[in-house]
Design a protein around this ligand. Structure first.
Ligand code: FNR
Length: 341
């Protein structure tokens, strides 16, 4: 049953990408153009450091899959693309592995194909400390993601209906594993209040995982006979809104959800992200055009990000946070409602 769900998620996520890559609130963030701000390309370094971690690039392939034959093949290809481009990569939820160890290889392929890369394991917020450790061990993971996804669980017919244990369990996992713990949403966003709670729990990084790209309410509605939660589609805080909401919080943040192109990566870095992830758009390239096309896409994104940084006068990803930004439209209203300057 889990493996059928994993295959459904891939199919429905790719269908969503075919629909349209629409507008989202990143479009309401623009750089003030300074015509003489540019620097020389050789000065630009894409390397980023946060929470004691060092990444060669501020871009990552975010959590997607594993647990079935097809998703094992997808993970193999994602891992090959990660290895060829130096991009960090996260596993999909490893619950299927805890239920049935015979699917271990569909996850461990992430490490086998990418022995020297940065690999993140992924568990849910009800995983025991022992399971979280097994997930890290299987991938020899450099960090552990815990996903929080109450909206998805609610729309999922077989989903969880009890959420109160998540907060204490996240704290136990963060204290009980030997690698940094990153808590991530799956496309509905983490509010400032949530990020502050995560910091109290000993979580080292928050991946804001906001609205604007893959919509898991829509995916789970697509798996129901009756689409009776369709009114939850579009729920949540956009990634740009989450980045503004988390300004000044003393916890490193990553940005993902609705990142469509290198300009969105630059916008997210300018709004304070230490790294920027995408899932759906990379999956679509892989499924439609194959692994070589994904390698080209990742390399192009990195190359163009460096070009944008050169034009904007940012020698490092952290330098981008000092660029002047304009915030417009509904995002500006969000800032006013939340008391953000
Ligand atoms: C996901 N995502 C996800 N996240 C997670 O933490 N564990 C998981 O198992 C999955 N599974 C999964 C499957 C598929 C097919 C997709 C496309 C995505 C969520 C993902 O990591 C990310 O948060 C969202 O997809 C939003 O980012 P994009 O797709 O808008 O870039």
């Amino acid at each position: 049953m889990i493996s059928q769900r994993k295959d459904d998620h891939v199919r429905l996520a790719v269908e969503q990408q075919h629909g349209h890559v629409g507008r989202n609130q990143f479009d309401e963030v623009s750089f003030v153009h300074h015509a003489l701000a540019g620097i020389d390309r050789p000065r630009v370094s894409l390397a980023t450091t946060f929470a004691g971690l060092s990444w060669p690039v501020p871009l990552y392939i975010n959590a997607m899959t594993g647990g079935s034959e097809m998703t094992g093949r997808i993970n193999r290809d994602l891992a090959i693309a990660a290895r060829q481009t130096g991009v960090p990569i996260a596993s999909g939820s490893m619950s299927a592995y805890f239920k049935d160890e015979s699917c271990a290889a569909t996850f461990s392929v992430l490490r086998e194909e990418n022995p020297d890369g940065f690999v993140l394991a992924n568990v849910n917020a009800t995983a025991s400390v022992e399971k979280a450790r097994r997930a890290v061990d299987l991938l020899r993971a450099d960090a552990l993601q815990i996903h929080v996804n109450t909206v998805q669980e609610t729309v999922m017919p077989e989903g969880d209906r009890s959420f109160s244990a998540w907060v204490p369990q996240i704290g136990k996992i963060a204290a009980g594993v030997d690698v940094p713990v990153i808590v991530k949403e799956v496309g509905f966003g983490l509010s400032r209040e949530t990020v502050l709670t995560l910091r109290e729990l000993g979580v080292r990084v928050a991946d804001l995982g906001g609205r604007g790209g893959t919509d898991f309410a829509r995916i789970e509605n697509g798996r129901r006979d009756l689409r009776d939660y369709s009114y939850l589609e579009g729920w949540g805080l956009s990634t740009a809104a989450c980045l503004l909401d988390a300004q000044g919080v003393d916890l490193p943040v990553l940005a993902s959800g609705g990142v469509r192109h290198p300009l969105d990566v630059a916008r997210a870095l300018a709004l304070g992200a230490r790294g920027v992830g995408a899932s759906g758009t990379f999956l679509r390239t892989l499924m439609d055009e194959g692994v070589e096309a994904l390698v080209v896409q990742l390399s192009t994104w990195l190359d163009q990000l460096a070009a944008l940084m050169t034009m904007l006068g940012a020698a490092t990803p952290a330098d981008l946070t000092r660029r002047d930004l304009l915030i417009q439209g509904s995002l500006r209203e969000f800032c006013a409602d939340r008391g953000i300057d």
